[in-house]
Design a protein around this ligand. Sequence first.
Ligand code: TYM
Length: 332
Amino acid sequence: MKEIVVSGIRPTGKLHLGNYFGAFKNFLILQEQFNSYFFIADYHSLTTHPTPEDLKGSVKRVLAEYIALGLDPEKCTIYLQSDVPETAELYLFLNMNAYLGELERVTSFKEKARTQPNNINAGLLTYPVLMAADILLHRGVKVPVGKDQEQHLEMSRTFANRFNRLYNCEYFPEPQAVSLGESLIRVPGLTDSGKMSKSAGEADSIYLNEEASVLNKKIMRAVTDSGPQEAGAPKSSAVQNLFDLMALVSTQETIQFFEDQHIQGAIRYGDLKKQLANDMEVFIAPLRDKINTMLGNEKLLNEIAAFGAEKARKNAQKTMREVREIIGFGNR
Ligand code: TYM
């Protein structure tokens, strides 16, 4: 039997380069070889905004991006999390065996509690439990995600193992975070505030359908340090970020050229940015065209969502029948 792959992305607007290189690129490869479930994590959106602005529009947008960029509903199951309410039932069961102390220690919780002190809701605390429910619902083993999700995957393994131990069964496998060919990826943003992230503001992210002029402006305004360092000095984090972005889209020769310039203390950041903007546009242009075309295709997107919901629910219902049985609830 093929191993099961599960992953999702929250509908926070549009996909950025971090989503693409951290997760989506692997979705495209994994759908070819495994039994894969890729969803849009719309329940998760409510943990930051109980009343998200234009939830429907954001979900439709991510779905359009999934399809435009190559996910194939015939090769994998593509669905909205909220179309599979079995997720919520498994979340409820897993919550009974998730402890306050371990949830409070999760880095993403501490970070959110700091950034949204007026909305530290229970959903935020149990965010990793909902993620575990998404994965375990399909008994997923491989979970393509970026580096920022590593700790959440560790929690998923904890919950899977705890369930098996408590109910004396070998029902849930241990899910692993995967990235093909290398370690988990972290794509930096343009404002030197850490990983590329929508919450770091408009200037931080490069979106997959960024217009050429906006793309150019964003990169030319990216944060750097005050000037070339002395020969041999280490790169500042802001400059390293630009090199990291270059590594995603530029040729080896180009990167080497700027590496040499840096080592000699002769680098001109304006030139580095110009080159990065140019190479990024070459990468983005075809994606932008595909996304913009797919966005207008409402009917097709609705059909794909309905088709995926049916496939995902069938599998989820089977799991939940078995889980209820294991816990000791009747199935009528
Ligand atoms: P989300 O929506 O924040 O991000 C979606 C995916 O993109 C990756 N990612 C990045 N990777 C590298 N560098 C970055 N700057 C970057 N920004 C985002 C994330 O690691 C993620 O893989 N909790 C998840 C969604 C989710 C999920 C799941 C994932 C819900 N249930 C079950 C896997 C399995 C999230 O918020 O990702």
